[in-house]
Design a protein around this ligand. Structure first.
Ligand code: ATP
Ligand code: MG
Length: 429
């Protein structure tokens, strides 16, 4: 026997039982972003490998260990995108969208790929909704990004389960000064820190700050603090952000260890975290990246953005039982027809109803079948009502209207009155 075909580990099918929740989630976010004036952009899933090396940084976990990189038939090195910001900046530059200081408020959605160890909330193909703003450098826009996510958590019914963590990384000059101080301190304590941190000390010292290693954490208690190295500009920016969050009534905690995995952040960084999902608790993360566009070959252009992990947010909705009941039913009405004449009449009737009742979800029985088998299928479809067309109904130009859930008697309704009936009792009900 041949081996059963299987999907790649960490890459999941999203089955029909789950897609209503995905569509509800994606639709809610899209509607929210429309309401704030953001426009969608769609980038390719594959890019030149160099794009990610240059933007994310050579010595990050993503570029060092997590990318799906391959050579295509031309010998070019290509990579399945591990995140969206790099490609978004590339597209913005390529099409001149940020030229002349034009403000862009963009969002995107789609699969990302990272070769990580698959576990709950962590996959090799996962999905993000990301948002990027170009050419606005003030804390007002940082605040807007947070305000709109705060509203999203309310819409989704998960506001009580998430906490906002904030930090400022300062300008790159301030961070440079801090980096020197940190390296000096850690070098003096080299024998007390773990191997991974020793390596990071050489390649990307700030990342030592988010080590999970207890002994290194203990050493870090006495390390120089980034906050003490913040330049005035970054401090004013950070104060401006905090003042706005206070005004909007959004609670936050300052987390001085929050440095984020990617190299490109400056000033504001933030994460929305939950304690309801175990170890994979960050559902949305982002920050300001004022140096990135220039680093990628463009003119100096301030930028700020975030990405949320759709799988983790869906898991959170399920865990908190915040899945709206209305999304589970996908069929309103199921039409059963018995005999060839009835089937023909049923086909034209169904199409007329689709014309006349916008939003109606009508499934027409296919494959004929006895009364018993068609009713079984009608019931299984989840429909609220069955429409019945047999020879008698045909002769009288009526359909049998049979409630499938709960009470109510079967009644005959004239074809001419059916659209009106469905519009009131099905689509609005
Ligand atoms: P983590 O610390 O959990 O690895 P990250 O800092 O690598 O996250 P980002 O690159 O900032 O994550 O991506 C933004 C969001 O995308 C994360 O907060 C998370 O919700 C989601 N995400 C990241 N990696 C994965 C993954 N492998 N599987 C599922 N979701 C992910
Ligand atoms: Mg990660």
């Amino acid at each position: 026997m041949s081996k059963t075909l299987q999907a790649i580990r960490g890459m999941n099918d999203i089955l029909p039982e789950q897609t209503p929740l995905w569509r509800y989630f994606e639709g809610t976010v899209a509607g929210l972003l429309d309401g704030y004036g953001y426009r969608q952009i769609r980038m390719p899933i594959v890019e030149f490998t160099d794009l990610f090396k240059r933007s994310i940084g050579e010595v990050t976990d993503i570029v060092e260990k997590e990318m799906y990189t391959f050579e295509d038939r031309n010998g070019d090195s290509l990579t399945l995108r591990p995140e969206g910001t790099a490609a978004c900046v590339r597209a913005v530059l390529e099409h001149g969208l940020s030229g002349g200081g034009q403000v862009q408020k963009l969002w995107y959605m789609g699969p990302m790929f990272r070769h990580e160890r698959p576990q709950k909330g962590r996959y090799r193909q996962f999905h993000q909704i990301g948002l990027e703003v170009f050419n606005l450098d003030g804390p007002d826009i940082d605040a807007e990004l947070i305000v709109l996510t705060w509203r999203l958590w309310k819409l989704l019914g998960i506001r009580d389960a998430v906490t906002l963590e904030l930090n400022s990384l300062g300008t790159s000059e301030a961070r440079g000064r801090y980096r020197e101080a940190l390296v000096e301190f850690l070098t003096a304590h080299l024998d007390q820190i773990d191997e991974d941190s020793q390596r990071r000390l050489k390649t990307n010292p700030l990342r030592v700050l988010d080590t999970k290693h207890p002994e290194t954490q203990a050493v870090l208690v006495n390390a120089p603090k980034l906050a003490d190295y913040l330049d005035d500009e970054s401090r004013v920016h950070f104060d401006g952000l905090k003042a706005r969050l206070d005004a909007a009534g959004i609670p936050y905690v300052i987390n001085p260890k929050l440095v984020r995995g990617l190299d490109y952040y400056s000033k504001t960084v933030f994460e929305w975290v939950t304690d309801k999902l175990g170890a994979q608790g960050t559902v949305c993360a982002g920050g300001r990246y004022d140096g990135l566009v220039e680093q990628m070959g463009g003119k100096p252009t301030p930028g700020v953005g975030f990405a949320m992990g759709i799988e983790r947010l869906i898991l959170l909705l399920e865990t908190l039982e915040q899945v709206p009941e209305s999304i589970s039913r996908q069929v309103d009405v199921y039409l059963c027809a018995f005999g060839e004449q009835a089937e023909l009449a049923g086909l034209t009737l169904a199409e007329r109803l689709r014309d006349e009742v916008p939003g109606l979800r009508l499934m027409v029985n296919a494959g004929a079948g006895s009364f018993k088998s068609q009713f079984k299928k009608a019931d299984k479809s989840g429909a609220l009502h069955a429409l019945i067309l047999g020879d008698d109904e045909l002769a009288q130009q009526v359909v049998g209207f049979k409630p499938l859930r709960g009470q109510g008697e079967q009644q005959n309704i004239a074809w001419s009155a059916l659209a009106g009936h469905l519009a009131t009792c099905v689509v609005q009900g």
